[in-house]
Design a protein around this ligand. Sequence first.
Ligand code: NDP
Length: 308
Amino acid sequence: VTGSNKGIGFAIVKDLCKKFDGLVYLTSRDESRGRAAVEILQKDGLTPQYHQLDISDEGSVKNFVDYLKTSYGGVDVVVNNAAIAFNGVLARPRVESVKELKAPEPALEHMASRTEPYPVQARETLKINYFDTKNFCNAIFPLLKPHGRVVNVSSSAGHLSRINGQEPQASNLRNKLASPLLTEKILDELINDYISSAEKGDWYANGWPNVPISPYYISKVALSALTRIQQRNFDEDSREDLIVNSCHPGYVKTDMTSNKGFWTIEEGAVCPVYLALLPPNIAEPKGAYVWKDKTVVDWANGPAPGLY
Ligand code: NDP
């Protein structure tokens, strides 16, 4: 479970320790925060394993994947939970590049509590939530065993309908993102186009949304679009019964939401854990977008059930 030293990821580890018949790895980018989280679970009588993992650090990803390969030869479950949002208090990304960036502030900007320029927020959010998550997947997927299960923790913000910038550009984007012909390469290009337009200040005119924390919305739409591509690839894979889904865990009280959510972290873990433990050879959900109550939501055509 990536990013599991706190929040929903921590609760996912806790529940998997109780329900999964195998070893569960709590991972964190900061080792001391991760070890402290492990100690909390140990006091509850649980026995999570620990490994450092920063999905933004190629060396860290390689180190973890090599370790799993050497130690176990494969993995059964991957939960991509790690993410950032620029509206959180403690969920601050490391933005070394802020001072170097000379991009202008866009005209429409309502990022209430954060002062980083919009292009920085766009670049950093898409980097961690989309590109780094994808790279981690591509590194670890070769280790998936038959019947492997992957959970991409998306968000209500990740429903396709959130791409609601200027028309007809927004419809064009939605059509491309929902296309069964979408590939990782095309998706990367679309996301890089968004990052460029965030720097120029014309992302809304190009169809991308202009709501508060729109980079977060776009990163989660990209993750849910990636999930559909990944399932198509799994369907062609020689390994039997590989399944990936994305989900909305609910609006949960964590650092990311400045503790303003409605649900506890344990409630937020329910849907990700359900998807992580889908029984062998189940027909669905597969490549789907799953709501916190475990129902499949039509990502491409259906209205989003709401924000929470
Ligand atoms: P938190 O901010 O509480 O936790 C995020 C976790 O991700 C932390 O452990 C953080 O580590 C880790 N992380 C961030 N960047 C990296 C990285 N590069 N490598 C490894 N770990 C990293 O968030 P939540 O628990 O609220 O969110 C968990 C997931 O649920 C996210 O994907 C989020 O988008 C999603 N989600 C959350 C909702 C909510 O209401 N809370 C609603 C919908 C979706 P560190 O402690 O070092 O910062």
